[in-house]
Design a protein around this ligand. Structure first.
Ligand code: NAD
Length: 354
């Protein structure tokens, strides 16, 4: 059987980190003797420049028929003033929508060798291992909206079905981890949050009696992520709360370049990407940190290609590089003592074994 993966390098540092992620995927396919066909396609600004559309029909067609999709990053100053429909980000939003990707997963683990690069004190970071599970297709970002010269509104809407499916995913993921889910809402103020809390309770009572479930308000969650981050296991959120909290939580790790993510739907291919953007300030210099991209390949192997052992091997190889004290410039504590994006990839490959 041949598995198919589409890579979408995109813009800025996207192609630089995608090159390293692709090398790791190729190496895994050789180590496992698994046939993986890797097909590169256009998205974002690169697609706009080439064919005038941030999500070309051909790219979407490739993605729909793939087992998994990897994306580097999209966007940059070159396209910042274009009309909304001609912005690179529309390529990514369009892809998420077309594939029905309703869940965004962001694991945040602090590698012991990187405790000194975080904004928090090392003693607060010990044992931090959070999986953020964010609902991606509902809520305030997709509700009815409007604007006149003197007034504007956005509405937050959620259905029981939308809350049930993300709750179920969080419950199933908690089973593979430490067995705890913290659901975030603002049930003291918002009706959507009260529906969220009741629905989460019902799903867990019926299907996940063995999982520890707690509810916290979003404002408290923002505080606890800084004061006791190690207490969280799976953090379940609606769309906007998750957008804000996941960026806050990413800062625990020390660099945006470190973290991977996955966006999953009910069926069909998942989309895997580092959490960072196109980093135009460092693009083309060969210094971007490819960790988040390479760890996204680990998530791709785990969630879409059903290769948990290979996923673990990629994580261990990345950890080995960090343990050896090798750093891209975003993580360097000693000036001048850094390695390039490609060298980081070389070091991961040299430690990869199954
Ligand atoms: P950004 O993540 O691109 O960069 C923020 C800062 O982090 C910059 O200083 C950058 O140099 C640094 N950084 C990011 N990735 C890094 C890496 N791998 N290694 C080392 N340092 C890294 O965010 P931004 O500057 O707000 O956005 C730039 C562009 O990216 C914008 O056009 C934005 O719309 C787009 N963007 C795209 C995505 C995506 O493709 N998923 C996500 C966020 C932003």
């Amino acid at each position: 059987m041949t598995l198919s993966v589409v890579t979408l390098p995109g813009d800025g540092v996207g192609p630089e980190v995608t090159a390293q992620a692709t090398r790791v995927l190729q190496a895994i396919s050789e180590l496992l003797n698994l046939s993986i066909e890797i097909h590169e396609a256009l998205i974002g600004g690169a697609a706009l420049d080439s064919v005038g559309n941030p999500l070309p029909a051909q790219t979407l067609e490739y993605c729909r028929s793939a087992n998994a999709i990897f994306l580097g990053a999209v966007g940059g100053p070159k396209w910042a003033n274009a009309k909304v429909e001609l912005r690179p980000e529309q390529g990514l939003l369009g892809l998420r929508k077309a594939l029905g990707l309703f869940a965004n997963l962001r694991p945040i683990k602090i590698h012991p060798a990187l405790m000194d690069t975080s904004v928090l004190r090392p003693e607060l970071l010990k044992g931090v291992d959070i999986l953020m599970v964010r609902e991606l297709t509902g809520g305030l970002y997709f509700g009815k909206r409007g604007r006149s010269t003197s007034y504007a509104f956005d509405t937050c809407e959620y259905s029981v079905r939308e809350i049930e499916r993300i709750s179920r995913l969080a419950g199933n993921l908690a089973k593979t981890r430490r067995g705890k889910v913290t659901s975030v809402d603002k049930a003291n103020v918002l009706d959507t949050s009260r529906l969220w809390r009741d629905t989460v309770d019902q799903v867990f009572a019926a299907e996940f009696a063995d999982i520890e479930l707690e509810h916290i308000y979003v404002d408290a969650a923002a505080m606890y992520l800084l004061s006791r981050p190690a207490d969280f296991d799976v953090l379940l959120t609606e769309n906007m709360f998750g957008d804000i909290l996941s960026d806050e939580a990413s800062m625990l790790s020390g660099s945006l370049g470190l973290l991977p993510s996955a966006s999953l739907g009910a069926d069909g291919p998942g989309l895997f990407e580092p959490i960072h953007g196109s980093a135009p300030d460092i693009a083309g210099q060969g210094i971007a940190n490819p960790c988040g991209a390479i760890l996204s390949i680990s998530m791709l192997l785990r969630h879409s290609l059903d290769q948990p052992q290979a996923a673990d091997a990629v994580e261990q190889a990345v950890a080995g590089v960090l343990e050896a004290g090798l750093r891209t410039s975003d993580l360097a504590t000693i000036e001048g003592n850094t390695i390039s994006t490609t060298t980081f990839g070389d070091e991961v490959l040299s430690r990869l074994s199954l």
